[in-house]
Design a protein around this ligand. Structure first.
Ligand SMILES: Cc1ncc(COP(=O)(O)O)c(C=O)c1O
Length: 426
């Protein structure tokens, strides 16, 4: 189906005027059931595959086939320093210097590594502040780290939650909690964009409040990186972790990322879980008789194991596209896409759908979370998928939908709302 459906003229005009529209063709769009146009609005869960990825992975397969172990050192693009090549691109996305970021492991593993370093409870300051609705993996990680220190998680966690009758967090409430309990809080761990509500938190204000109280502060940026502007260095964040399979489009289980602020790099008081890839690459193969771990400077010193080259190749391809288009242009389009989506949803009427994500453009990224009031939201998500419209449902009652500016269009947004409109009328 290639003809535009009636009623979507405004969307067609918006797409024609979109300066970043050409990037859509650089992605594989999943096939839709026969007779339907596919609409993929699930980049908050798994980003689409850039067309450039296959050649990048194939290149490394060829090097492996033709060079074997020599591929580690032979130009061009030797594997030994391969993970270094993605650091500048990642740094630009999170507002850091290349030395402050590293691509390694998966998100939760990196969170454990960061907790091992930055969560050092003392007799008077042992608590961790998290949000009530934190992603399950973060909760498991935090609870298990607290237990490693022989503390009781239920006594140790401080939770912030939306007020009664509200769905999203207020920065004022986080600040008041820190003012009240900050002396006992060792670490603040919050998301950049909340996975369920799509709320973007004010990381700058939260970091300032946490640091005023002497707390360390780290962020889970799974839903923020490649989605919203970040300035981790200038905000003075201690650490951050993210995955690369959502807005970074680096593939299922892609190599994740980690930020550690430069002011910690020279600090010898910080302990860490160590492995040989964290050492100076020039002396990595030297067998020290004293077993002393000599980390390389910067976030790369937290690496443990040999980087997975085949999994890093897609990340490199994806970051090049971000550099080409620029996050400012993407954010600009993203706000127009979500603005248009919200307008169309509001037109359906307050008894049909409620948008949970805050209205203020500063308080959200590409994702809007909806409450479908016209019936069972889970069933609606399943029905939409039979028409090739992909979004998702999260317990207890939220439909998540993310028009991703790199590959979604205003027509995609229109088609999604049109499909809801048809169901609302039934
Ligand atoms: C907010 C958030 N944190 C953590 C994770 C876990 O990531 P991983 O499985 O890569 O460790 C996810 C996964 O979707 C997530 O959405």
């Amino acid at each position: 189906m290639t003809r535009d459906p009636p009623g979507c003229e405004a969307a067609v005009r918006l797409d024609r005027a979109d300066p970043t529209g050409r990037f859509r063709d650089r992605f594989h769009l999943p096939a839709a059931p026969a007779g339907h146009d596919g609409v993929y609005l699930c980049g908050h869960s798994l980003g689409l595959q850039p067309r450039s990825v296959a050649a990048r992975v194939e290149r490394e397969l060829q090097r492996w086939a033709q060079l074997g172990i020599r591929a580690y050192f032979e130009e061009p693009a030797p594997w030994y320093p391969y993970s270094e090549t993605v650091r500048p691109g990642l740094a630009r996305l999170v507002g850091a210097t290349p030395e402050e970021v590293v691509a390694m492991n998966a998100l939760t593993v990196n969170l454990h590594l960061m907790l091992a370093t930055f969560y050092q409870p003392t007799a008077t300051r042992r608590r961790i502040l998290i949000e009530d609705g934190a992603f399950p993996s973060d909760r498991y990680a935090v609870r298990s780290q607290i237990e490693l220190h022989r503390l009781d998680p239920d006594d140790t966690l401080v939770r912030v939650a939306p007020r009664d009758g509200e769905r999203t967090l207020r920065t004022d409430d986080i600040e008041s909690r820190l003012d009240r309990d900050g002396d006992a809080i060792a670490l603040v761990l919050l998301p950049g964009v909340q996975f369920q509500t799509g709320q973007r938190l004010d990381l700058q204000r939260i970091t300032a409040a946490a640091r005023r109280c002497g707390c360390r502060v780290g962020f889970d940026l799974a839903h923020a990186v490649g989605n919203v502007p970040l300035a981790l260095h200038d905000w003075d964040v201690d650490f951050a972790v993210w995955c690369s399979y959502k807005y970074l489009n680096a593939g299922p289980g892609a190599v994740a990322g980690c930020f550690i602020h430069a002011r910690h790099h020279a600090s010898h008081g910080l302990s860490r879980l160590a492995g040989w890839w964290g050492t100076d690459p020039d002396t990595r193969f030297v067998m020290r008789p004293d077993d002393r771990f000599m980390p390389q400077p910067g976030a790369a010193g937290w690496q443990i194991s040999t980087p997975p080259i085949l999994a890093l190749a897609p990340l490199g391809a994806s970051l090049e596209m971000f550099d080409e288009v620029g996050l400012d242009a993407l954010r600009d389009k993203s706000l127009r896409l979500t603005g248009w989506l919200r307008t169309l949803l509001n037109d359906l009427g307050p008894d049909v759908v409620e948008v949970v994500t805050p209205v203020d453009p500063e308080s959200h990224g590409a994702q809007l979370s909806l409450r479908w009031l016209g019936g069972d939201p889970k069933a609606v998500v399943e029905e939409l998928s039979t028409e090739g419209i992909v979004c998702d449902f999260r317990e207890p009652d939220v439909i998540r939908v993310a028009p991703v500016p790199l590959y979604n269009t205003f027509i995609d947004v229109w088609r999604f709302v049109d499909a809801l409109r048809r169901r609302a009328r039934r």
